[in-house]
Design a protein around this ligand. Structure first.
Ligand code: CA
Length: 208
């Protein structure tokens, strides 16, 4: 699944006790495509009117978002459509105000957040104006599963191909569409279950 809301939740910085996090640019990417245009930047606070969160998404290294909050603090972007982020670039004007421990998180509603597989990322020893890029590991597995009568199957089970462990038990939409987000590059199998039919298994699928 893709998500509209993405944010960087900062837990520690490079030591500045007054200005906890200061970012010239936050770039959410899918491959090399910059995703964060046409939507709304947000943060839990801004120091003043010249350091609002949109300043971290304006492709201008001369402007910065500066939090007015202590740690933790966050900055993010509500995209105009659901997006899949494959990496995030951060740039901070001062090493002391760069995030040293943070999480990359996504949300469908801007209220309930989930961290990417990377969890709490540690990145220390920044230099001023340095740009660092952080990969986001996750991918979608999706399909459409109907029986011979055209009805959606009752369940789509996604399992680890190598261990057999059940990972997802998905009830598809009434038209059979289903999707899920998985968080590693393992091999996966998919089994369709529909009453009165033999189970049907496809796989292995391995994300690129
Ligand atoms: Ca900027």
């Amino acid at each position: 699944m893709a998500y509209k809301f993405w944010r960087v939740l900062c837990h520690t910085n490079g030591g500045d006790l007054t200005w906890s996090v200061d970012l010239q640019e936050v770039v959410f990417l899918n491959g090399t495509t910059v995703l964060s245009t046409g939507g709304v930047a947000f943060a839990d606070s801004s120091f003043d009117a010249t350091t609002t969160p949109d300043k971290a998404f304006d492709a201008n290294t001369g402007t910065s978002w500066l939090t007015d909050a202590g740690l933790p603090c966050h900055i993010g972007y509500e995209h105009s459509t659901d997006v899949i982020v494959t990496s995030v670039k951060l740039q901070a004007p001062y090493a002391s105000r760069a995030p040293n421990e943070f999480e990359i998180q996504y949300s469908s509603d801007g209220l309930t957040w989930t961290s990417t597989l990377e969890g709490r990322i540690t990145s220390t020893g920044w230099t001023a104006n340095e740009i660092r890029e952080f990969a986001v590991t996750h991918f979608d597995l999706a399909g459409n599963a109907t029986n011979s009568l055209g009805a959606a199957v009752e369940k789509v089970n996604v399992f680890d191909w190598n261990t057999g462990q059940l990972l997802r038990a998905i009830v598809p939409a009434t038209n059979g569409d289903w999707s899920t987000t998985l968080f590693s590059n393992n091999q996966y199998g998919v089994t369709y279950l529909s009453a009165g039919y033999y189970p049907l298994t496809h796989g292995p699928y391995q994300p690129a």
